[in-house]
Design a protein around this ligand. Structure first.
Ligand code: GTP
Ligand code: SPV
Ligand code: MN
Length: 600
């Protein structure tokens, strides 16, 4: 059955696909080629079975709406496991299980889990096929929804499969929604299982995911491969896999181009910044990536970056003409929408898409909805999956085989208090300390209570495939290797609030003013104002032309209260303590020096 339609002769691939098919017992195996015909066929089948709703062809050509099971709406961090041989290699921030124990637990679940379904073989490349920083993988999945999303999110198809040659390194990922379809039984629109496992085997480059069809749980190229497994590959090979957007900035006066990456936690503004429309003149901003960046030192000693993905899996709510017009244009068609609301004329809607709220909608649960319903029409973590090549601001650099050199790295989060709008770190080592100690208020993309503050070092808390303290050590080593060619590190916070609860900073397009200060600082055009926590803009350095009223908020936006910073230092000490003596000495030094500066 497996070999019938096989589009490779690589015995390693054939054997693995055969083994997984023997275990999961699908009724058919389909080798995907990533073609338009294949897309047309799968979408037609899913429309037929009710798993996809075709949108109005005049309003949203080639686009579909999927509604998930109401309990399968986001990543499941408490069901995510790093299965390294040694528990200490997973570290205190990851759930750990011994590989053999986890396999023993999983195999009975996967046994027959694809019964009555098709198993798709989805080969894909992360990054341009054959690029210096690129990697290859295959996802075996019984979810046609995952196949469609993978076609948008990765370079999926024959070229990737052809790159997987005997003896080469590639990542094996297996995904089952965990809903065998027994003879004669009726299928549901979104099959899934109450029991969920998102498991990673970093030593053997494998991912096994069970029970969920949603986002990073099912599109295994994304968080599972490109962050958790790739971070481990990067540690041993000298590179970094990061939860970062990637931007190109061109100074329109000098013509000089710069590249910047930024790590913010889930639903904290990466897509928005990746599609920045500057409100000040002097800069052209182009998009390279919005969620994941792979960083590797290049031959010239600088740090190079690629976006390994080929699409956006973006948060819908809050995306509108006023906040992100570039995203709105990107979403014109060929887009899969998940858990948004449906308008009566067959288009999509979500909170924040337009100022005017439609009088009637079908909500994400499929229920009739009016503004009086008293509940959101779209799920707060509803998403769009759209091809990056539809982005009007896409930089040619996205196609660059070997990546782009980075000038600056930003770390950020959602912080109503304490953290200033922008601060430059005092050194690479201080920058790593800043990244390691970032905290952020929780969003709907994460489990738990929205707004609750949690540590999210490097925005990688749920995505680092090894011990977080070792990861900080790896960052320090990469910095040592880069020396004075290392990008400069900054901390930003668009989310500081005044006593009245309002955001102090207008954000969105006005973030270009902060980026302008960042790049000019990298160029040495600014003096800055050195403080205990880093270098802040000196008076007049932040371009506020056109938003002069913000001038009166600057004191609050940049206020540094030593007492509350010292209190945060105590929490940092506690946070570090969980990692025992694996915390790099350099970070303990940074903590004591920060305390000394704050107390001075
Ligand atoms: P993931 O895809 O989950 O990794 O998240 P992301 O970081 O790409 O999230 P995204 O850019 O979609 O974040 C969206 C949320 O951040 C929306 O609620 C936006 O309104 C909000 N947001 C983005 N930029 C700003 C800003 O500059 N100021 C304020 N106040 N909110 C912002
Ligand atoms: C995130 O949660 O950071 C995402 C969405 O980018 S998911 O791919 O589902 O992880
Ligand atoms: Mn993300």
């Amino acid at each position: 059955m497996v070999r019938e339609g096989a589009t490779t002769t690589n015995p390693e691939v054939l054997q693995w696909v055969t083994e997984v098919a023997e275990l999961t017992k699908p009724s058919a195996v389909v080798w995907c080629d990533g073609s338009q015909d294949e897309w047309n066929q799968i979408t037609a089948e899913m429309v037929e079975t009710g798993s996809l709703i075709p949108l109005n062809k005049d309003l949203r050509p080639g686009s579909y709406l999927a509604r998930s099971h109401p309990a399968d709406v986001a990543r499941v961090e408490d069901r995510t496991f790093i299965c390294s041989e040694n528990e200490a290699d997973a570290g205190p921030t990851n759930n750990w299980r011994a590989p053999a124990d986890m396999k023993a637990e999983l195999m009975p679940l996967f046994d027959g889990s694809m019964t009555g379904r098709t198993m798709y073989v989805v080969p894909f490349s992360m990054g341009p096929v054959g690029g210096a920083i690129s990697q290859l993988g295959i996802e075996l999945t019984d979810s046609p929804y995952a196949v469609l999303n993978m076609r948008i999110m990765t370079r999926m198809g024959q070229a990737a499969l052809d790159g997987i040659t005997p003896g080469s390194e590639w990542v094996r990922t297996v995904h089952s929604v965990g809903a065998p379809l027994l003879e004669g039984a009726e299928d549901v629109a979104w099959p899934c299982n109450d029991t969920k496992y998102i498991t990673h085997f970093p030593e053997t480059l494998e991912v096994w995911s069970y029970g969920s069809g949603y986002g990073g749980n099912a599109l295994l190229s994304k968080k599972c491969f490109a962050l958790r497994i790739a971070s481990v590959m990067g540690r041993s090979e000298g590179w970094l896999a990061e939860h970062m957007l990637l931007l190109k900035l061109t100074n329109t006066e000098t013509g000089k181009a710069y590249h910047l990456s930024a790590a913010f936690p889930s639903a904290c503004g990466k897509t928005n910044l990746a599609m920045l429309q500057p409100t000040i003149s002097g800069w052209k901003v182009e998009t390279i990536g919005d969620d994941i960046a792979w960083l590797r030192p290049g031959r010239d000693g600088r740090l190079y970056a690629i976006n390994p993905e080929a699409g956006f899996f973006g948060v819908a709510p809050g995306t509108g003409e006023s906040t992100n017009p570039v995203a709105m244009e990107t979403l014109w068609g060929n887009t899969i929408y998940t858990n948004v609301a449906l308008t009566d004329d067959g288009d999509v809607w979500w909170e924040g898409k337009t100022d005017e709220v439609p009088a009637h909608l079908t909500d994400w649960l499929g229920e009739s909805w009016t503004p009086e319903s008293g509940r959101p029409a779209a799920h707060p973590n509803s998403r769009f999956t759209a091809p990056i090549q539809q982005t009007p601001t896409l930089a040619d650099d996205w196609f660059e085989q070997d990546g782009v050199p980075l000038d600056a790295i930003l770390f950020g989060g959602r912080r109503a208090t304490n953290i200033p709008l922008v601060a430059q770190s005092l050194s690479w080592q201080h920058g790593v300390f800043v990244g390691a100690t970032i905290s952020s208020e929780k969003t709907a993309a994460q489990e738990g209570t929205v707004g609750e503050l949690r540590r999210d070092p490097f925005a990688m808390l749920p995505f680092c495939g090894y011990n977080m303290a070792d990861y900080w050590g790896h960052w320090l080593e990469v910095g040592e290797k880069l020396g004075d060619k290392a990008p400069k590190i900054f901390q930003v916070n668009w989310f500081r609030k005044g006593a009245d609860g309002r955001f102090l900073w207008p954000g969105f397009g006005d973030n270009s003013r902060v980026i302008d200060w960042v790049i000019r600082s990298v160029e040495g055009e600014h003096e800055g104002r050195r403080t205990a926590i880093g270098t802040l803009p000196a008076a007049g350095e932040l371009n506020l032309s056109g938003i002069e009223s913000v001038e009166s908020e600057l004191d609050e936006l940049f206020a540094i209260d030593p007492a509350s910073w010292l209190a945060e230092c105590d929490l940092t000490e506690e946070f570090f303590a969980q990692f025992g003596d694996r915390v790099p000495a350099a970070l303990q030094t940074e903590l004591s020096e920060l305390r000394a500066r704050l107390s001075a």
